[in-house]
Ligand binder design. Structure first.
Ligand SMILES: [Zn+2]
Length: 177
């Protein structure tokens, strides 16, 4: 059982934030995330010869809240244990979110004592969090963030709710003018 006392208005606030994130344009979301998580997105403006993060967030807005929630957790665990998860690419592939990253030591966090076993477990925690976010994206419409399922459209697999699947399907079946 959860023993943390979370006030109901905090839950409302995170719901409101998620809706705001999903409503953001690609550009606004990009700026918001880079400003809020400068460590995780420190590769954002490096050249393409160094990182795929130079392309920004290659995902639909329905997954904005999933990425934001993942980064909140990565930031927290990194600060507690003394490392930074640095994103190298965020994109959609085969209807699922993909979050590629490196884990680097954070020299600013010096008051932690880690054994090799603790480091190994910390890496596993990060892997589990990224896996969970990627799994969540497979059940989340990439357009609106509501419940979604895998659909095949003209040979492409996408995760969409019924409404957005119907909308895209109708566009695909419109004969060329
Ligand atoms: Zn939708």
């Amino acid at each position: 059982m959860c023993q943390l006392n979370i006030e109901s208005d905090q839950i409302d606030n995170s719901d409101k934030l998620n809706k705001t994130l999903i409503a953001m344009s690609v550009k606004d979301f990009d700026q918001f995330m880079v400003a809020k998580f400068p460590g995780i997105f420190s590769n954002r403006f490096k050249p393409m010869s160094e990182t795929c993060m130079c392309w920004g967030f290659e995902i639909g807005p329905g997954w904005h809240a999933i990425i934001h929630n993942l980064c909140q957790k990565l930031d927290l665990i990194g600060n507690l244990i003394g490392f930074t998860v640095v994103a190298s690419q965020v994109k959609e592939k085969y209807r699922s979110l993909r979050f590629y990253y490196d884990i680097i030591d954070n020299p600013k966090v010096t008051n932690v004592c880690r054994t090799n076993e603790e480091k190994r477990l910390a890496v596993e925690i990060v892997e589990d969090m990224v896996d969970a976010a990627e799994e969540r994206s497979k059940r989340t419409c990439e357009v609106c963030g509501e419940y979604g399922e895998c659909h095949s459209l003209a040979g492409w697999y996408t995760t969409l709710c019924n409404q957005h699947f119907q909308e895209r399907a109708s566009k695909i079946h419109v004969p060329p003018q």
